[in-house]
Every structure is written in structure tokens, then in C-alpha cells.
Ligand binder design. Structure first.
Ligand code: AP5
Ligand code: MG
Length: 232
């Protein structure tokens, strides 16, 4: 029988930024929260992988950098996000997965949402121990068609190696291989981790323990959003 409970009210003007190292579960939780709040999930990693698949000029620049675990230049990301966040579906809010990722991008984001004074910005800083990140990334499998992610142990597909949604053969992301993972973690430490201090003082900032089952992490995110909303 269909669930008759009312959907949660769409949170007007809610903007969420997920911070956290590669493999922290940003994409997993961003997708769930976007469904819960009925606002779009905007994942820069997914957008760049799509650009690579289609072969756009951006994709041709991004491909070799991403494969090795490096970051794509800030200006390209800021332009891509300015265009994306100007689309009508983002007018009532959005969940950012993977952006901003450098201080320069954070400043670019301020510019993009200029004038949007009513916007609440939540930042979820998802923490997970490094050994666990390595296990999650090495076991992740990915659908190159719809970009769904799985994990060989934590979240296996129903049918061995096939995407539950479209039955495409799952593969390992090129940047989930060992050398690229080491570079991604180093880029995170050097260029993204400073955003924790940047956002701590200028947003509704919450550090979340991501080293728990996905349902437990999601339950906490929902509680924080509901509590913040009630208080605003
Ligand atoms: P991106 O795709 O954003 O990769 P990332 O930040 O390295 O993060 P991941 O997608 O690897 O991890 P995640 O935190 O989303 O974890 P997930 O939910 O999948 O970026 C890729 C590349 O694009 C970058 O390296 C860069 O080159 C470029 N790029 C993107 N944005 C950019 C930017 N702004 N500027 C410059 N360059 C940019 O979970 C991981 C695994 O763990 C999955 O298998 C999942 O099933 C499992 N899992 C999730 N949660 C749990 C849990 N609670 N317990 C157990 N397992 C779990
Ligand atoms: Mg991701």
C-alpha cells in the first residue's frame, strides 16, 4: 500500500553544502537529502563525468585531470556552477555535492548567490576515518549510465555486477584506483579541508559522524534540518 504520510514541506531557500573527504558518503547522503527536501542534488563530480562521457570541451580538459585524482581548475568549476544554479529547478534551493572545494571556489559561490539574502546555508562536514575511506573507495562500483553507486560489501547490487536501476554493467571508477585515491586525499587535505574553518563561522555548520550506517547518518541530517527550520 502507498505511504499516505504527507511529504515534508519543501524548504524554501535551503542551500546545503556537503564537505568531506573522498568516500565520506557525500554523494550517498546528498541524494537522500535532496529526495527528502525535494530540491535538486547538484554533484560536480557527476556533472564532470557526464561532460567527459559526452566529450564537451570541459570534459576534454577535466578527463585527464580527474583520472589522476587532481582537481579541475577553479574558474571552470565556478562558470559551470553559475550556469547550473541559474536553472529554474535550483530557485528553491539545492544540495551541493563536491562544490565548493577550494577557498577560491567558496568565494565564487558567494558571488553566484549574491543578492540571495534569504538563503539558509547549511554545511555538513562529514567525518570518516582514513582507513574506512580507503575501504569504501576500493569497494565502490559505479553505473556509467545513471551514475548510481554501490559497494561490493556495504551496498551490493541485487544482481551481481548489474545496476539495479538500468541493468548496466557496473565498473570501478578510474580515480578509485590506488594511485589516484592517494592524490585525491592529498588534494582534500591541502585544498578542501581549509573550508572547514572558512564555513564554521559563516554558515549553519554541523560536523556529522559519517562512520555509521547510511540510515543513521541520514536520520541525523534530517533531525538537524528539521530543528534548524523550526528555530528559524
Ligand atoms: P567527486 O565525484 O566529487 O569525488 P569525491 O569528492 O572524491 O568523493 P566521492 O564521490 O569519491 O565520495 P563520496 O563522499 O561522494 O562518497 P559516496 O557516497 O560515493 O569528484 C571526482 C573528481 O572530480 C575530483 O577528484 C576532481 O577531479 C573533480 N571535481 C569534482 N568537483 C570538483 C570541484 N569542485 N573542483 C575541482 N575538481 C572537482 O560513498 C563512497 C562509497 O562508500 C560507496 O561505495 C558507498 O556505497 C559507500 N558508503 C557511503 N556511505 C556509507 C556508509 N555510511 N557506510 C558504509 N559505506 C558507505
Ligand atoms: Mg561522490
Amino acid at each position: 500500500m502507498a505511504d499516505a504520510r504527507p511529504l515534508p514541506e519543501p524548504a524554501l531557500g535551503t542551500r546545503v553544502i556537503f564537505l568531506g573527504p573522498p568516500g565520506a558518503g557525500k554523494g550517498t547522503q546528498a541524494g537522500r537529502l535532496a529526495g527528502h527536501l525535494r530540491i535538486p542534488k547538484v554533484s560536480t563530480g557527476d556533472m564532470l563525468r557526464e561532460a567527459i562521457a559526452v566529450g564537451t570541451p570541459l570534459g576534454r580538459v577535466a578527463g585527464p585531470l580527474m583520472e589522476k585524482g587532481g582537481l579541475v581548475p577553479d574558474d571552470l568549476l565556478i562558470d559551470m556552477m553559475e550556469e547550473r544554479l541559474d536553472k529554474p529547478d535550483a530557485a528553491r534551493g539545492y544540495i551541493l555535492d563536491g562544490f565548493p572545494r577550494t577557498l577560491r571556489q567558496a568565494e565564487g559561490f558567494e558571488y553566484i548567490k549574491r543578492g540571495d539574502v534569504t538563503a539558509l546555508v547549511y554545511v555538513f562536514n562529514v567525518e570518516v576515518p582514513r582507513e574506512e575511506l580507503l575501504k569504501r573507495l576500493s569497494g565502490r562500483r559505479w553505473c556509467p549510465h545513471c551514475q548510481s553507486t554501490y559497494h561490493v560489501q556495504n551496498n551490493p547490487p541485487k544482481d551481481d555486477s548489474l545496476c539495479d536501476k538500468d541493468r548496466t554493467l557496473l565498473i570501478q571508477r578510474e580515480d578509485d584506483k590506488e594511485t589516484a585515491v592517494a592524490r585525491r586525499l592529498a588534494e582534500y587535505d591541502e585544498r578542501t579541508a581549509p573550508l572547514i574553518d572558512y564555513y564554521r563561522g559563516r554558515s549553519r555548520f554541523h560536523t556529522v559522524d559519517g562512520y555509521r550506517p547510511p540510515d543513521a547518518v541520514f536520520a541525523e541530517l534530517k533531525t538537524i534540518v528539521a530543528t534548524e527550520k523550526a528555530a528559524s
